[in-house]
Write a new protein. Structure first.
Length: 265
């Protein structure tokens, strides 16, 4: 498979193949904060399913823009700003793509490496948790401001976060809503390797080459075994977070947070 198989079909994600066993995927969202959209999530889901069919692929590097891996979902998109005009069934269908996209990336046979520069917040953080490795620039910031905006952390990301950094640090990250710097994230286990500013992609490529040089079949088995061991109960404890998110949308706190956000903008 070449990048041309996908490029004509997608607008919010760029895909290329720098080396025979390594693919690169770049998130291309709105503004310099690289905000995610539901269209981007649908494309990420589609790209993951296409990549899964590539027998030669061993590693996928995911990156964002120079200033931001992604600062989260675009709150100005109609599916968020105009949620009150949608029925509960419509909202459940629209928002389900986040969890489905993350699940598709988590289940890839290829090893996945996120190259994080700048902000990695909210949906950006949730998506990165579905990947196997996170390489972050020393200037990166990682966090989840969902509770501040009257929302729960969804996309079935809480079990992944607990598996990575434990209960206490997950509480600190989610319940207080304060981002952490890359050095703290590495100390917690949220980030695997640090790079100099601007060099996260290059360091991720070096890691990808090491991973791609390993025997592919044992590597695939090892990835699957680690994911199952870490997330054996993940679905059981988070399968309702989509419904919880839709319920949170109906609260006064969520609407007040959105109103405050738009007034600031």
């Amino acid at each position: 498979m070449t990048s041309f198989d996908l490029q004509e079909e997608i607008r919010h994600v760029a895909v290329d193949r720098p080396e025979p066993h390594i693919a690169r995927v770049m998130l291309q969202g709105r503004s310099r904060y690289n905000l995610m959209s539901y269209a981007m999530l649908r494309e990420l889901w589609a790209v993951a399913n296409r990549l899964q069919g590539d027998a030669d692929l061993r590693v996928v590097i995911v990156s964002g823009l120079p200033d931001a891996f992604s600062a989260g979902m675009d709150l100005k998109q109609a599916e968020v700003a105009g949620h009150r005009a949608l029925s509960t069934a419509e909202r459940l269908e629209i928002h389900s793509i986040g969890a489905r996209a993350c699940a598709a990336w988590e289940s890839l046979d290829a090893v996945t490496v996120c190259a994080i520069e700048g902000y990695c917040l909210g949906g950006g953080l949730a998506f990165s948790l579905a990947c196997d490795y996170r390489v972050a620039s020393s200037g990166a910031m990682l966090g989840a401001p969902e509770l501040r905006n009257g929302m729960n952390m969804s996309w079935q990301s809480i079990p992944r976060l607990v598996a990575l950094i434990g209960q206490a640090r997950t509480r600190k990250l989610l319940m207080l809503g304060d981002p952490v710097d890359a050095q703290t994230a590495e100390r917690w286990g949220l980030v695997d390797e640090l790079s100099d500013p601007g060099d996260a992609q290059e360091k991720a490529l070096l890691l990808a080459r090491r991973l791609a040089s390993m025997p592919p079949v044992p590597m695939r088995m090892t990835k699957q075994a680690i994911n199952v061991a870490a997330n054996a109960l993940g679905h059981a404890v988070s399968y309702m977070d989509l419904e919880q998110y839709v319920a949170c949308q109906s609260t006064d706190e969520h609407q007040q947070a959105l109103d405050a956000f738009f007034q600031r903008r």
